[in-house]
Design a protein around this ligand. Structure first.
Ligand SMILES: [Zn+2]
Length: 119
C-alpha cells in the first residue's frame, strides 16, 4: 500500500524520500514534466540507460485507453451524440497527458527498479 502512495507522490523507489520529478509540467503552457537525473537524498540514478523509459509509453497508452473507456462509459448516460462525446474524450486525453506521463514512468520505475529489485 505504501508503494502505491509513493508512486502517486512520485518518491524515489529506493529511499522513498527524494522526488523523481523536478517539475510536474503544465499542459496549458505546453510544458512536459522534467525528471531529476538522480535522487536528491540517496543519489539513485532514475534513468538506467538511454531508452529506459521507452516501455513506459505502453503503460501510458494503457492508462490513456482505460481513462477514455471509463469516460465513455460514464458519459454515455449524459452526453448525446457521437461528435460531442469524441470531443470531450479527446480533451480529457490531452488534459491527462502530463499525469499519464508521470505516473507511467513511476509505475515503470517501481516495476523494474523498485524496492527489493537489485538490477
Ligand atoms: Zn532516493
Amino acid at each position: 500500500m505504501s508503494q502505491i502512495v509513493n508512486i502517486l507522490e512520485e518518491k524515489c523507489p529506493k529511499c522513498a524520500e527524494g522526488k523523481v520529478f523536478a517539475t510536474k509540467g503544465n499542459i496549458f503552457l505546453l510544458r512536459m514534466p522534467k525528471m531529476n537525473e538522480k535522487c536528491s537524498c540517496c543519489g539513485h540514478k532514475f534513468e538506467k540507460e538511454t531508452g529506459y523509459f521507452f516501455g513506459s509509453m505502453y503503460v501510458s497508452y494503457a492508462m490513456a485507453v482505460a481513462e477514455m473507456v471509463g469516460a465513455f462509459l460514464i458519459m454515455q448516460f449524459f452526453v448525446k451524440g457521437f461528435a460531442p462525446m469524441i470531443t470531450i474524450i479527446a480533451i480529457l486525453a490531452v488534459l491527462l497527458s502530463t499525469f499519464n506521463f508521470r505516473i507511467s514512468r513511476m509505475l515503470w520505475i517501481y516495476m523494474f527498479d523498485g524496492p527489493g529489485r537489485t538490477l
